[in-house]
Design a binder for this molecule. Structure first.
Ligand SMILES: Cc1cc2nc3c(=O)[nH]c(=O)nc-3n(C[C@H](O)[C@H](O)[C@H](O)COP(=O)(O)OP(=O)(O)OC[C@H]3O[C@@H](n4cnc5c(N)ncnc54)[C@H](O)[C@@H]3O)c2cc1C
Length: 414
């Protein structure tokens, strides 16, 4: 059966849901997106806005346990575990630790590369044809620590191993090109393929693509699901309807929704926060990672977005943490010249849907082919959404996906 004969309900209007809905509608499916709230507050809008094809190494990689623990007890506090994380946290951490191996990186990197390559192809089309703006300059990773030179060289070596184009640049050149930087940069790497976008514009373009392709939007909360071999009934706070397929793209909240249809997605909510500061002098032209401070910078047209934080927590932990925001700004000031007074900060928070093996879930549930899952994209969902949408449409149409993409199946052993 081709998609032109299918009714599909996509649950979740974040970037993964929008990208999936668009591709399904392009194939001719009759698509409805249901989302519970104001999408401008979702993770898909608040993120750092990096498109980083170089990041084909999964989060669960050698050294991450050590790095995570170091951050947990160290000063930056970028990685943290909240007491409200719930009982799922211990098995999640144990599974994460068990995946921090070279073998897992070798297993995952080709699959992530296939997903990212397809995503970048689609993003390139949006830049060429739909007015998507990108930063013209390439992404920098900056080091301020004493062993910066060693860290930078190690990063380049790792990237070269996976065929990624990254090279060291000298700190003097960084300072000359970006006067916003203080003079404590000791090492730097430029990633030739990586750039920044404004997440708000990115989401809006996908939404417009959906509208143009005839997708219907419903502003309702899904409260129950009932699936059998012939289809799925969707129950919301206002209505109920039957559909041939659902695509579960509700970010971290997919973890609870999937239980209605007998599935298990052992994800954790990984909370991050950002500020977007207007009126910054010497606005940088490169997106930047302040590596030792665990902070990302992205120059948007309406301000400098500064993001940090990876706090494993409850999926209801929506609070903006003022102390963490103050620390974020103070840490940024150690490397970057910011105005003394910051009357407008545009503070935001979002929940990354984090799988324990660092890979997204893309595929039908093993117990029901009518439920296709698209979540778990963790730190890279903005970038990976376009390709995810294409694979979702192929899976719903019953087209075979490659062996690499099958590694993202929710049926994989974790
Ligand atoms: C600080 C920070 C920085 C980041 N930086 C980057 C980056 O630079 N590059 C990158 O690629 N990624 C980045 N990410 C990750 C990226 O933002 C996420 O992976 C991505 O947004 C996840 O998208 P999603 O569509 O899966 O989920 P979401 O954006 O969370 O969308 C899920 C949607 O489901 C809806 N929903 C939930 N439950 C229900 C229900 N019961 N009924 C109806 N609707 C429901 C929600 O309202 C929401 O709109 C960052 C994340 C954070 C927090």
């Amino acid at each position: 059966m081709s998609n032109s004969q299918h009714n599909v309900t996509v649950i979740g209007g974040g970037i993964v849901g929008l990208a999936s809905a668009w591709q399904l509608a392009l194939d001719g499916a009759n698509v409805t997106v249901v989302d519970q709230g104001a999408p401008t507050n979702t993770t898909s809008f608040v993120n750092a806005g990096w498109i980083t094809p170089s990041h084909i190494i999964p989060l669960a990689a050698p050294g991450m346990v050590k790095t995570g623990m170091k951050n947990l007890i160290g000063r930056t506090g970028a990685f943290a575990v909240s007491p409200s994380a719930g009982p799922g946290i211990a098995p999640w951490l144990a599974k994460f630790a068990s995946k921090c191996t070279d073998a897992h990186v070798e297993h995952s990197a080709p699959a992530l590369k296939e997903l990212v390559d397809l995503s970048i192809n689609i993003v390139d089309g949006l830049i060429a044809n739909d007015g998507l703006l990108r930063t013209k300059d390439k992404l920098w990773m900056l080091f301020t620590s004493e062993n910066a030179k060693h860290e930078a060289a190690h990063e380049v070596e790792l990237m070269e191993h996976f065929g990624v184009n990254a090279y060291e640049i000298d700190p003097e050149s960084c300072a000359a090109q970006e006067p916003i930087l203080k003079n404590n940069i000791k090492g730097a790497v430029e990633f030739a393929t990586d750039f920044g976008v404004d997440p708000r514009q990115f989401n809006e373009i996908f939404k417009q693509k959906c509208i143009n392709a005839g997708v219907t939007f419903r502003n309702e909360t899904v409260v129950n699901l009932n699936a059998d071999i012939n289809g799925v009934t969707v129950f919301t706070d206002k209505d109920e309807w039957s559909t041939d397929y659902i695509v579960l793209a509700a970010g971290i909240w997919s973890r609870e929704l999937v239980k209605f249809v007998g599935g298990n997605l052992p994800m954790m909510a990984a909370k991050g926060q950002s500020v977007t500061l207007p009126d910054v002098e010497n606005m940088p032209t490169h997106p930047m990672m302040l590596s030792d401070q665990r902070i990302t910078l992205n120059p948007l047209s309406w301000g400098l977005r500064i993001s940090t934080g990876y706090k494993l927590t409850s999926s209801n932990d929506f609070a903006i943490e003022k102390k963490a925001i103050d620390k974020l700004i103070a840490r940024t000031r150690t490397v970057v010249n910011l105005p003394d007074a910051l009357p407008v900060k545009n503070e935001l928070m979002g929940m990354r849907p984090a799988s324990p093996d660092g890979l997204p879930y893309i595929g039908a549930l093993p117990n029901n082919p009518r439920v296709v899952v698209a979540t778990g994209h963790n730190m890279l969902g903005l970038m990976m959404a376009p390709g995810t949408g294409r694979f979702v449409a192929d899976i719903v149409a019953g087209k075979p996906v490659s062996r690499e993409i099958m590694k993202f199946s929710p049926a994989r052993p974790i």
